[in-house]
Design a protein around this ligand. Structure first.
Ligand code: DOR
Length: 453
């Protein structure tokens, strides 16, 4: 079996940094620092580079099946490979929506044909599909749209929510914006075409009410629950009282954009939950640093530029991000706002723990050889025309970031290489991604000790 030796890189875990060699074979990491006498078939000189476990993005919308004019699995997973994302968990608001075990398995079969990185898919809740939610196994968990967003998935009635939390066992995650609040606000602001009004329609109260409601359901039913894309500082007090049941996530756009950016970026930053205020950016960043929020994910939600450029409210909500998320955080490392170990904790180790991913999230013998080599000094500018995502734009177009992925490995095979900013990016020609395995009886985030998350 082919052996690859990655020599001289700086290995990063959530708690530690050390220069070490890494030996990979048969899709697994087989040794850390195997010694100078070790044999290998391929040698990669990683001197001066950092070696991170591959990023695990636990919230993406890849649009296949049914919305392939916006995105598809082949483009999206090339974007992942370029961004250092080696595993993704995708949301059920495709067409058709992923709300039965059959449709879930169809998505998995489709992914096996075209994914460059590892894949998993949530099953979506409806008011009527508890039996399907109970049968599903090849999934990280159940997604509930407590507030509606792109697509028609919605469960906003208390008795339906009670039944889902009471009768199912898989972890639950939710889009938390209160539907009644959003509808009432939308009626108040009807006829206004300035996209900035989006943040008044999907306001702070909408987010807080729904997050409170979901957390209360989780606690009463003692059900594992993950709060997606926290957007307000006010929600943090709710998620901080986690009772070893609640975990939470924040997305780059809620950390780095505020309503002050609407004049510059318009509907490109129209998102659900909406972009909020600068003090929310600060509060969310602090919550990440102090551990109240455990996970960073993107909510990669591509729409075509033409769709986004329609006047509000015809413009859809969502922006693409998998391609640049790791670089955005490596840039923060360079700015001194966080440490690279923290980035590994938020983007690799924590999502693996939250969703009980088997053999992922760590650069340790026995774990899958999913990893990314990053050059912390490399300076590159994000350009729309260089984006791999099918929609070919980024809200960060024109921004220069320092710290970029330069090589990505999935299951022991290289899928992306671009050592210098001016090199043409290289991608593996074959779909090398594997179906992610979930250990549904595993300890989850709170069942692990700090050292083993
Ligand atoms: O802005 C959003 N767009 N938020 C979501 O939750 C869904 C997403 C989409 O699928 O377009």
């Amino acid at each position: 079996m082919k052996k690859t030796l990655i020599r001289g890189g700086t290995l990063v875990s959530g708690t530690n940094i050390s220069v070490a060699d890494l030996l990979v074979s048969g899709g697994k990491i087989i040794a850390v620092d195997p010694g100078s006498a070790t044999s290998y078939d391929e040698l990669v000189d990683a001197t001066g580079l950092y070696v991170l476990p591959g990023v695990i993005d636990d919230q993406v919308h890849f649009r296949q099946p049914g919305l392939e004019h916006k995105e598809d699995l082949a483009h999206a997973t090339r974007a992942c490979a370029k961004g250092g994302v080696t595993s993704f968990l995708e949301m059920p608001n495709t067409k058709p929506t992923t709300v039965t075990v059959d449709l879930l398995h169809q998505k998995l079969d489709m992914a096996a044909q075209c994914c460059l990185v590892n894949y998993g898919f949530y099953i979506g809740a409806t008011p009527h599909n508890v039996a399907e939610l109970k049968r599903a196994r090849r999934t990280p968990g159940i997604k509930i749209f407590i507030g509606s967003s792109t697509g028609d998935l919605l469960v906003d009635q208390q008795d339906d929510l009670e039944r889902i939390f009471a009768e199912t066992t898989l972890p639950i995650t939710a889009h938390c914006e209160d539907e009644a609040t959003v509808r009432a606000n939308a009626a108040r602001f009807a006829g206004i075409h300035d996209v900035a009004v989006h943040s008044q329609i999907r306001d702070h109260a909408a987010a807080l009410i729904a997050t409170r409601q979901a957390i209360s359901l989780a606690k009463r039913h003692r059900h594992r629950f993950h709060v997606l894309h926290v957007s307000t500082a006010a929600e943090i007090a709710e998620i901080r009282d986690h009772q070893q049941l609640i975990t939470a996530e924040v997305c780059p756009h809620h950390l780095f954009f505020s309503v002050d950016d609407y004049p510059r970026l318009g509907s490109l930053i129209q998102m659900n939950p909406s972009i909020k205020f600068r003090n929310d950016n600060e509060g969310l960043w602090q919550a990440l640093l102090d551990g109240s929020i455990q996970v960073v994910a993107t909510d990669h939600a591509p729409h075509t530029l033409a769709e986004k450029q329609q006047p509000y409210p015809a413009s859809p909500s969502g922006l693409p991000a998998v391609e640049n998320s790791l670089a955005l955080f490596l840039h923060q490392v360079n700015l001194g706002r966080c440490r690279i170990e923290q980035v590994v904790r938020w983007m690799c180790e924590a999502p693996a723990a939250v969703w009980n991913l088997k053999d992922k999230g760590h650069l340790l013998p026995g774990f899958d050889a999913d990893l990314v080599l990053v050059d912390l000094q490399s300076q590159r500018t994000i350009r729309n025309q260089e984006q791999q995502t099918k929609c070919r734009w980024s809200p960060w177009d024109g921004e220069t970031l320092t710290g970029w992925p330069v090589m990505t490995m999935v299951g022991g095979q290289w899928v992306f290489r671009q050592r210098e900013a001016n090199d043409q990016p290289w991608f593996a020609a074959k779909p090398l991604g594997q179906e992610i395995q979930f250990d549904h009886d595993g300890p989850g985030y709170w069942g692990r000790t700090a050292a083993t998350i």
